[in-house]
Design a protein around this ligand. Structure first.
Ligand code: NAD
Length: 260
């Protein structure tokens, strides 16, 4: 159902973002993928998306902590892809530390990447969506947009901020055919989760197994990691015409975590 539409998915060289890009491509969308990583691996993913969609897939290496790089990416989207119809704000990073030891540069990085980048992409995407009278903006928030865990002050603050930004902008564009929502996964097995295990081991004095069972899956009543494919399928639904009245929502895919 997405033939002729262009989707920009930030942070889509890995994990959830890549899964979302694949789900959108499978419905025929043109794609702009973004993020860091090995050039050969990224090119292989880009070519794979083109094969999947039968439409164009471009890669942009914009560092989303830099507003001017985001503006350049949108200028390119306008000239090469005819603008952005579906914007998925997915790029994000994590850092685990007690607040009194939290490195100031890590706070600034997490706020810039997990929150401010979505402000910049939204302000740049909305004029084109208004002209077309159609748009979909979806953020990958987190269960941490609704509840907190210790030692994740910057992440929890940024994700709560993203959920608030989603609501405010949804109201501003509600009569323009544009919906704005966020999806809030619990723990999804991706490099982001895997990479925080050593720091959590250190912060809590635990073994790897203890972190997986007693921290990560402790609050997830299904006792299962959410899969990338499950998050992507939910995002895909939000792009459909049937979802035209789902807006300003923060939708949980968290194995029951935030029901407690
Ligand atoms: P990931 O580390 O696998 O992917 C992160 C992506 O962001 C990568 O493509 C990376 O290259 C890109 N990225 C990092 N810094 C960037 C920058 N400065 N500019 C542009 N791109 C950058 O992580 P993931 O688990 O797939 O996480 C994706 C999103 O989902 C994040 O916003 C994360 O907070 C959120 N999330 C993840 C989980 C989880 O359990 N994995 C749970 C809830 C929410």
């Amino acid at each position: 159902h997405l033939k002729g539409k262009t989707a920009l998915v930030t942070g889509s060289t890995s994990g959830i973002g890549l899964g979302i890009a694949k789900a959108l491509a499978a419905e025929g969308a043109s794609l702009i993928i973004n993020g860091f990583g090995d050039a050969g691996a990224i090119e292989a993913e880009r070519a794979g998306l083109e094969a999947l969609s039968g439409a164009k897939a471009a890669y942009d290496d914009a560092d989303l902590t830099k507003p001017e790089a985001i503006a350049d990416m949108f200028a390119r989207a306008d000239t090469e892809m005819g603008g952005v119809d579906i914007l998925v704000n997915n790029a994000g990073t994590q850092f685990v530390s007690p607040v009194e030891e939290f490195p100031v540069e890590k706070w600034d990085l997490i706020l810039a990447l997990n929150l401010s980048s979505a402000f910049h992409t939204m302000r740049l995407a909305i004029p084109g969506m208004r002209k077309k009278g159609w748009g979909r903006i979806i953020g990958t928030a987190s269960a941490h947009s609704l509840v907190a865990s210790p030692f994740k002050s910057a992440y929890v603050a940024a994700k709560h901020g993203l959920a608030g930004l989603t609501k405010a902008v949804a109201l501003e564009v509600a009569d323009a055919g544009i919906t704005v929502n966020c999806v809030s996964p619990g723990y999804v097995w991706t490099p982001l989760v895997e990479n925080q295990i050593p720091d959590t081991m250190k912060a809590r004095g635990m073994t790897r197994e203890q972190v997986i069972n007693d921290v990560l899956l402790a609050g997830q009543p299904t006792k299962q990691f959410v899969t990338v494919e499950q998050v992507a399928a939910f995002v895909l639904f939000l792009t459909r015409d049937e979802a035209a009245n789902v807006t300003g929502a923060n939708l949980s895919v968290d194995g029951g975590w935030t029901a407690q």
